[in-house]
Design a protein around this ligand. Sequence first.
Ligand code: 9WO
Length: 268
Amino acid sequence: MSETPVQALRFDVITLFADMFAAVSACGVTGRAWQQRKWLLELWNPRDFTEDVHRTVDDRPYGGGPGMVMRVEPLEKAVLAVLESRRQAGYGSAVPVVLLSPQGRPFNQAMAQSMSVSEGAIFVCGRYEGIDQRFIDKWVSAEVSVGDFVLSGGELACMAMIDASVRLLPGVLNDDLSAVQDSFHASLSGLLDCPHYTRPEVYDDMPVPAVLQSGHHANIARWRREQSLMASANKRPDLIERAREAGLLSPADERFLASLNGKASPGQ
Ligand code: 9WO
């Protein structure tokens, strides 16, 4: 069992591109939550931890080849400064040092959930062709990927993780029904979401499904569940299997799925 954090969720990000993080600290629900001090963001530039006149954070790769590699010393000094700053602010010392990397463990909702109830993390965002392996070996406790593609740097991946965690904090989602919202998300059982509609009632000869205008809440709930099951069975059968193994599919769900078998999938 992990300790309930006393301190607010705090992310320390080591990055050459601090400006990018306005996307999470100044925009949308995460921006409002940041203004309300529901989570804290500290940005650390490795360039501020250089000693040479040119403030170099990169150097040529041993063994040759194209591009540059991030040097150990500025990154290590940045990590040490973060650890000291967090200690002074009363944070625990067991904070994970997370490197965003395509070689990392795939990020998922369960990781976002556990991060949101923790004291946060230290993120290291690489640039250039990569980071000197000795920094990773000495300081990085987890490598995490947000997908099988290569970015220009770890920052966008880092912000995806921050966004996914912060929106789970109590009171962050904009409506007063966040408790309802939470149970709604839990009720998805890890399946894909159902389709959503708003006005106009008819757009380009496409009407809003009649059931959604019926006012019959049980029928609406059943339609949404079946849409989720159908979309998941068609596009992500692995999610159906996972929900089944977790005991999250009811007998009615199983009957509906059985009724889909052999039928062509409507749409997409
Ligand atoms: C780039 C790369 C390319 C092919 C095979 C392995 C690789 N590792 C890296 C890498 O770690 N690069 C560093 C961070 C430096 C250059 C840009 N970086 C990066 C991180 N690109 N893409 C990511 C990333 C992070 C998390 N999820 C997906 C991609």
